[in-house]
Design a protein around this ligand. Structure first.
Ligand SMILES: Nc1ncnc2c1ncn2[C@@H]1O[C@H](COP(=O)(O)OP(=O)(O)O)[C@@H](O)[C@H]1O
Ligand SMILES: [Mg+2]
Length: 328
């Protein structure tokens, strides 16, 4: 089988510039049918730009991409029939109620009024928004808004769904609900391209992760491959007395097998083996070094970046992305 039959989305060498900014600098990615690809990167990495190109909202300066075998530039019309997009910022009409928003979209997609209402009701029930069906969207909580936004992108039963930072800013409960919804969609056969700034989210949902930074792919692999490369967990140690920093640094480096990063008295190092923690405790105890803080926690995106690139993930962008909707 060639790539077009096994993969719902294929992008090759995508380049996009905005004035002096190179938002995408030759991005390749491929998403297998019926799977989730996590596009992981910090603010300004180029995630939304890639999504907008794949959603036919923006033309690449170079490179090409296809969705369901259709070219995103040449066959934009066919591509639009296959895809749904939930943007980083809610794109529902604030003044309309939940059901009105979904009916409007159904009508734009060519459904009859009755069909649009039926589909709207079905989606509201699925996303536990039936009680709020007749409330204006502006009265919805953040999590409800996101669910309505996602429901809106599903009215046309897309085969391919783009979720651009679907959980950024959500509380943990709403985030979990969103994750459940994504899992359900995938079990129904939908292919999902999900952008995120959270390593944990990509780890939980995606079969494959593409890490981008400054418009370039810096790593690709399954969550396990990436975690074993960069350390899924981070060991953080703070000596009680600053004067002990050098000895703590050397013990941590010996046990973890790489030099820790020092920031404001806190030493951190990515680790793949949880046994590092008790080993460090033992060695510090033997050396009689009092410790102020010691913890093993999930690596942040920042730490993943540091491990992959040697620099921290820096912010490149002001929040300038506009809410958007795919033209019907
Ligand atoms: N319409 C635009 N005009 C000018 N610069 C843009 C535009 N869209 C994005 N950029 C720039 O391109 C880079 C990538 O942005 P974006 O794709 O939004 O990143 P992400 O979604 O990963 O945060 C950033 O430096 C951003 O400032
Ligand atoms: Mg973005």
């Amino acid at each position: 089988m060639n790539e077009q039959t096994t993969h719902a989305i294929v992008a090759e060498g995508l380049i996009k510039r905005f004035g002096d900014t190179t938002a995408l600098d030759g991005v390749d990615l491929a998403v297998r049918r019926g799977t989730v690809l996590g596009l992981l990167g910090p603010n300004g990495a180029g995630k939304t730009t890639a999504v907008r190109i794949l959603a036919t909202l923006l033309k690449p300066d170079a490179g090409r991409a296809s969705v369901g075998g259709y070219d995103v530039v040449r066959d934009a019309h066919q591509v639009r029939r296959l895809i749904g997009l939930t943007g980083q910022y809610a794109s529902v009409d604030e003044t309309l109620t939940g059901i009105e928003n979904l009916i409007l979209i159904g009508r734009l997609l060519g459904l009859s009024r009755a069909e649009a209402r039926g589909r709207g009701r079905e989606l509201l029930a699925e996303f536990r928004l039936d009680d709020a069906a007749n409330k204006p969207a502006k009265a919805y909580s953040g999590g409800m808004r996101r669910r309505l936004d996602l429901a809106a992108s599903l009215v046309g039963r897309p085969q391919v769904l783009y979720l651009d930072e679907p959980t950024t800013g959500l509380d943990p409960r709403s985030r979990n609900e969103m994750w459940d919804i994504v899992r359900d969609l995938v079990s129904d056969g939908v292919t999902v391209l999900l952008t995120t700034q959270y390593l944990e989210e990509a780890d939980l949902l995606a079969e494959e992760i593409v890490v981008i930074d400054h418009g370039r792919v810096i790593a690709t692999g399954t969550p396990d491959e990436l975690k074993s490369r960069v350390g899924a967990q981070t060991l953080a140690v703070r000596p009680k007395h600053a004067v002990d920093a050098p000895i703590v640094q050397s013990i941590v480096a010996q046990v973890a097998g790489r030099a820790p990063e020092a920031q404001g008295g806190l030493l951190t190092v990515p680790v793949t083996d949880p046994a590092v923690l008790p080993a460090v405790v033992r060695r510090l105890d033997e050396a009689e070094v009092p410790i102020g803080e010691l913890a093993l926690r999930g690596s942040s995106l920042d730490e993943v970046f540091l491990a992959l690139t040697g620099h921290r993930a820096e912010d490149r962008t002001e929040d300038q992305n506009e809410p958007e909707r795919i033209p019907a």
